[in-house]
Design a protein around this ligand. Structure first.
Ligand code: 0O2
Length: 219
């Protein structure tokens, strides 16, 4: 992308961020289409809902300063300028979504970070993948990095609350509150485990009903 990055005016930023916005818009449509296809078949969708955003310029600059990323290497080094979030009902659904995304032909998964088995110090859990998504523009194809965060509803609930607290305390959450958040993260983890158990029970019950109904029609 040929933008003079040293003196980034509002126009420069708009030009720089345009392909990221296209990527977010297109991927939102594509991911929502996955949900639709499961629904049309009357099957459980591993995707509950999808959100997406382009990182605001202020946050890009703050993160670049925090991580000593030169503005000229943002495209390679800041991987979450374009971000999608996929929310799932169950932990198993995350694996299913991952399989679906890894097998797609319209982008390539270039990196994976499993913050579910390796939660962050804060208690944060989520599965992150970075994809290389080719954006078609009037100037040709622009390869764009996009971060997709895949998490359960419980993980999302926790992350949303923690994010608000971080904003309130400007990144300096008091230790007592941080400890409370870590406990809340474990509670969310247990909730996910319980829900997974319930899912097995629901499926078993459905199987019994299905078999019974099959036998009845055979008689
Ligand atoms: P936003 O847009 O406000 O969400 P780093 O940012 O240093 O942790 P890195 O390499 O940028 O590391 O990537 P990472 O950790 O894979 O992804 C960063 C994003 O993951 C964050 O984006 C959050 O969305 C999410 N995240 C990571 N850790 C936490 C956490 O402890 N709590 C919450 N609520 N979210 C987390 P940004 O940059 O914070 O921006």
């Amino acid at each position: 992308l040929k933008v003079v990055t040293k003196t980034m005016t509002k126009e420069n930023w708009d030009l720089f961020l345009a392909p990221y916005q296209i990527a977010v818009d297109e991927l939102k449509v594509k991911l929502k289409a996955i949900r639709k296809q499961f629904q049309q078949r009357g099957e459980h969708s591993p995707i509950e809902f999808v959100t997406g955003r382009v990182k605001p310029v202020k946050s890009i600059i703050q993160k670049a300063e925090r991580k000593s990323i030169a503005i000229s290497s943002l495209e390679q080094e800041m991987q979450d300028i374009a971000g999608l979030r996929i929310m799932c009902q169950f932990v198993d659904d995350i694996i299913h979504v991952l399989e679906l995304l890894r097998s797609r032909g319209d982008f390539k998964v270039v990196e994976e970070r499993n913050y579910i088995t390796q939660k962050k110090e804060s208690g944060y859990r989520s599965y992150h993948i970075i994809i290389a998504y080719p954006v078609q523009t009037i100037e040709g194809e622009i390869p764009t990095l996009v971060e997709i965060q895949i998490r359960t509803l419980a993980m999302n609930f926790w992350a949303t609350i923690e994010h608000s607290l971080n904003y309130k305390y400007q990144g300096n959450i008091p230790e007592e509150t941080r400890e409370r958040l870590r406990r809340a993260a474990e509670a969310a983890f247990l909730l996910d485990a319980e829900m997974s158990q319930l899912k097995v029970e629901i499926q078993d019950a459905q199987l019994v009903l299905h078999e019974r109904d099959g036998k009845q029609t055979n008689n």
